[in-house]
Design a binder for this molecule. Structure first.
Ligand SMILES: Oc1ccccc1CN[C@@H]1C=C[C@@H](O)[C@H](O)[C@H]1O
Length: 331
């Protein structure tokens, strides 16, 4: 990573190049991140559970650490994420006596969280994943069942955006989701965002998580999703890009290293994907990887626990892979 062409520099007229970071990787991957990226997202440190572990307790230290790293190195910061069904503490949905809270109480607690967080980082965080993954993966089901939905009804979604906008009218507010290129889910995400826009809810962008692999989604499905979302006149961010060497249903655990053909195929995929992103750089303003190099990825534990993956442009020693050269060559 030390003297290879800076990835963000070669893409600067197209879109920002980002990486998910955490308190460990801003140290272990410091040189790589500051050389090749101009945007960062906290992998876990800005989620509800991290910020707000109990009703009257906010914990900011780890997020503050990441913010000062970003400021010291001139990196843009995406906030992830304010309202989600995962990594959210149980206290939020319960009263002292353990019963479920009512709609007003839950919305008041949501507002307090959003006000507190967005106000603290106003001017430091330019874009927020306000709502993450509320669309269902189940055929025929629109919204994912959750305590948010059960207690507050579907208006919790628009309320999150309204509260966020009131707290920082300058921040870009995103809806973020995965499997975003699957046609059936694409149409549900489209319907949700179109509905929010039609009610003048302040939403500025759609985050495509882009947790992809060597085979899926097809370039055609990716292109169709980008075009569908772009037609809503919102910005598009690729928010969590990785290209797993295993298909979702492939649970093999025998590999200690990626095969040569995996690395050749991955380089081809990355070239095709970035060629497509460049084609739509009028709409795509940021491309963030969900990590920076193969020495650390959430995919080492998902969907198979303790199974190594090699999803990025840089290898476990932070040296460029074939994938890096193919992405750089078409910049
Ligand atoms: O690809 C998925 C499949 C099933 C559930 C969630 C996801 C992706 N969900 C993402 C992954 C990692 C987390 O750190 C991110 O916050 C989350 O947005």
């Amino acid at each position: 990573s030390n003297n290879y062409p800076k990835l963000y520099h070669d893409y600067k007229e197209h879109f920002l190049i980002g990486a998910a970071v955490n308190p460990k990787t801003i140290i272990s991957q410091h040189e790589l991140i500051t050389r090749h990226f101009n945007s960062v997202t906290a992998e876990n440190e800005m989620k509800f559970l991290s910020f707000h572990p109990s009703e009257n307790q906010y914990t900011f230290d780890q997020a503050d650490q990441l913010i000062s790293f970003a400021k010291q190195n001139g990196l843009n910061v995406r906030g992830h994420t304010l309202v989600w069904h995962n990594q959210t503490p149980e206290w939020l949905f319960h009263s002292q006596d353990g019963s479920l809270v009512d709609r007003e109480t839950l919305l008041a607690r949501m507002k307090d969280h959003i006000d507190t967080i967005i106000t603290r980082y106003k001017g430091d965080i330019y874009a927020w994943d306000v709502v993450n993954e509320v669309i269902s993966d189940k055929v025929g089901e629109f919204l994912r069942p959750s305590k948010w939905l059960d207690i507050a009804g579907e208006e919790f979604i628009e309320k999150a955006f309204l509260y966020a906008h009131e707290a920082d009218p300058e921040a870009l507010l995103f809806y973020n989701d995965y499997n975003e290129s699957v046609p059936e889910k694409r149409e549900k995400i489209y319907k949700l965002v179109k509905s929010l826009k039609s009610k003048d809810v302040p939403i500025h962008g759609i985050g495509l998580q882009a947790h992809w692999n060597l085979e899926t989604p097809s370039l055609d499905h990716i292109r169709k999703a980008i075009e569908r979302y772009a037609s809503l006149n919102v910005q598009l961010h690729i928010t969590e890009l990785d290209v797993s060497v295993f298909n979702y249903e492939d649970k093999r655990t025998d590999l200690k290293y990626p095969t040569e053909e995996m690395m050749i195929r991955q380089a081809e995929r990355y070239e095709q994907i970035f060629y497509l992103f460049k084609d739509y750089s009028e709409y795509i303003t940021s491309v963030t990887f969900w990590g920076a190099a193969d020495d650390y990825t959430w995919l080492d534990n998902f969907p198979v626990r303790n199974r190594k993956n090699w999803p990025f442009l840089f290898d476990i020693d932070h040296n460029p892979k074939q994938s890096y050269w193919r992405v750089l060559d078409i910049a």
